[in-house]
Design a protein around this ligand. Structure first.
Ligand code: FNR
Length: 190
């Protein structure tokens, strides 16, 4: 059985280059990973007031996380950090207290930007949050994708062979990592 991977895209933009990257990952994934987006767009801003009764959209979000064996984050960088929408989604997923949907769930982080450091700072901030919510993260290889015009089209086709090969190898490394973490968790070793 392939591993089911939930994909959280940090951008709400209708022309998002990170969505294009997520589509490319979906296409390039090895047979043992099946990637599917978990939408975050309609989540309201989280408040503890919701903890007694989560709204349906948040219940669906948490159910989709729970049904995933692993999570891939594909995020833009906003003002040298992750977008608020993505942080908000993580806050929903981590709550109510005692039902943290990220705990022990393997994750990987990537993102693309036209900027020269290609979401590196946003990814570091995201890694810090993922550590706190106890999600084992793929630490290496890192995946900072510098977006140039036409690099990935609207259907997720990557025009640069080197980038496509790199993304494929990154996904292969994640598949190995997910298998290792899942086995350890199931054996009570993690
Ligand atoms: C940006 N952008 C940006 N880029 C970057 O490399 N580092 C940054 O800190 C920022 N900061 C930033 C803040 C805000 C509010 C916006 C709207 C944009 C540019 C950003 O990389 C570019 O708009 C990407 O296209 C955003 O990704 P999506 O939404 O197209 O996936």
């Amino acid at each position: 059985m392939p591993y089911k991977v939930g994909v959280l895209i940090g951008s709400l933009s209708s022309t998002s280059i990170n969505r294009k990257l997520a589509m490319a990952l979906q296409k390039l994934a090895p047979e043992d990973l099946v990637l599917e987006e978990i939408p975050i767009r309609d989540l309201p801003l989280y408040s503890q007031d919701y903890d007694q009764t989560f709204p349906p959209v948040a219940r669906e979000f948490k159910a989709a996380l729970e049904a995933s064996d692993a999570v891939i984050f594909v995020t833009p960088e906003f003002n040298r950090s992750l977008p608020g929408a993505l942080k908000n989604a993580i806050d929903w997923g981590s709550r109510p207290w005692g039902t943290n949907s990220f705990a022990k769930k393997p994750s990987a982080v990537t993102g693309t930007s036209p900027g020269n450091i290609s979401t590196a700072v946003a990814q570091q901030h995201l890694r810090s949050i993922l550590s706190f919510v106890n999600s084992p993260e793929l630490s290496s290889p890192e995946a900072y994708i510098h977006f140039t015009p036409g690099l990935i089209d609207d259907d997720g086709n990557v025009s640069n062979q080197g980038t496509a090969d790199f993304l494929r190898s990154w996904l292969d490394a994640f598949a190995v990592f997910v298998s290792r973490v899942t086995t350890a968790v199931n054996d009570g070793q993690a």
